[in-house]
Design a protein around this ligand. Sequence first.
Ligand code: ADP
Length: 518
Amino acid sequence: MEAAGWKVLLIEDDKIDQQAFKRLIRDENLDYNYTLAGTIAEAKSILDREEFDVIIADYLLRDGTAFDILDSLRDTPVIFATGAGNEKLAVKAMKAGAYDYLIKNPERSYLAVLPLIIKNAVNHANMQKEVKSYHENLEGLVKERTEQLEAEKELLSVTFASITDGIIVVDANKRIVLFNKVAEILAGVKLEDVKGKEIDDIFRLVHERSREIVKNPIDLVLASGDVQTTIEPDIIIIGNGREYPVSAAAAPIRKPHGQIGGVVMLLHNLSQEREIDRIKRDFVSSVSHELRTPLTSIKAYVETILRDRNMSEQTKHEFLLAVDDESKRLTELVNGLLEIAQLESGGINVLKQCVDIQVVIKQVASSLQQAAKSRKIKIQVDTFETTQQLLGNESKIRSLISNLVNNAIKFTPEGGMVRVGMQYQHGGIVIYVSDTGIGIPKEEIPKIFDRFYRVHRSGRQIHGTGLGLAIVNEVAVIHGGRVEVESELGQGTTFKVFLPLFDRNEFETSGAKKCTAN
Ligand code: ADP
């Protein structure tokens, strides 16, 4: 039996029609859960409480028409019933949303088809419900997928922004689609100002020396469909602002069917590599120059001694002393260079020893006492009552203090004074070396830590390699510290080295031994 428990509401005030419907249910053995409403008001109050699978509504009732309930019943199929001759009304009802209509004839032959109409109405409504829920599901899926796409887009744009190379995307007509931040800097433009414009109007790639225009890899990709990399090392990009040395590579962006939809180009800024190359070249040429000077003198002295057979013993002795001096200078230079190379390569163990700075200061002062005395310079060592040990590399810190005290002695006229000591300051210590020497001109101070840099002074040049302060600075840096200078020409100079005390917690958790205060 069909119609398993379907809820049917009959809105009908004609007693005979009501009876006929009941009889139909009984005779046909229809399993309807059937409710009767005799007026529109009654129907409305029932519909407020209950839902039905189908409603059969007579058109005209005492207190209104079936149209009065049609509007509020969008999801429940309504079968509209009118008397014969009222077909127009039936059409109007269908337009208003009724599912079907019945023309009630006096013989009530319409009852024969009513079960079928009800069945179709209920099935239709169920199907619609299914379609609706499918749509709702689909909406959920679309929303979820849209959110996913948004998140992917966000990730992509963050990725693009953080890539250190310039990324440029153009369409198949070379019109700009995307510039990431680095590309904006290289071309000197903002994406919002150039979007949609042709790439050749925004920047050019040229050979650095000849200034000839290089074929843009984007053109090569569009012509060949292959990945292109420019191999010439001397290409620069000329955009709106500065020129940058770059290397460029481009690749096609293919549509699903294989045709080229656009091109992505990568611009690698070579400025930093060039700067490193320049520093390396300068260094090699400085080293060669510094080594050549003493070697040339040695060679000249030795050649003169060899050539001049009649040279007096006295002169020969003086020349040999000069050779000895120059070879000492060569040794100092080579040792200094090795020390810097070792510091810069990070190959030394920095934070392994507990260093008592006071002790190191005293040792350095006493080892340089003789040199100071010979120039009638007094070294004063300030002592501090308690001392905190510092975690570091003792021999490097000794080298730092020794370079500073050595310079102080060298650049202080006879009768002067050199003072060296240490203080505590904000979680670290300060080693200071001050002198009453010749001072350093203000404009030279930023350069004195450069390798081989020596201040040019009138009169006799003071012997040196120009590497001492470079070593001082490097030792401070690898201990997490820094160096400061205060100087007054003719008055004296003070170097201060700030070194942080090692973070105790970090040190203890690393399982290493910690330095104790004594
Ligand atoms: P150098 O081997 O020439 O001493 P440094 O790197 O130690 O090389 O020092 C660089 C330059 O800084 C020196 O040539 C000198 O002119 C200047 N300088 C360093 N220390 C002092 C100082 N205490 N007083 C004056 N000038 C100094």
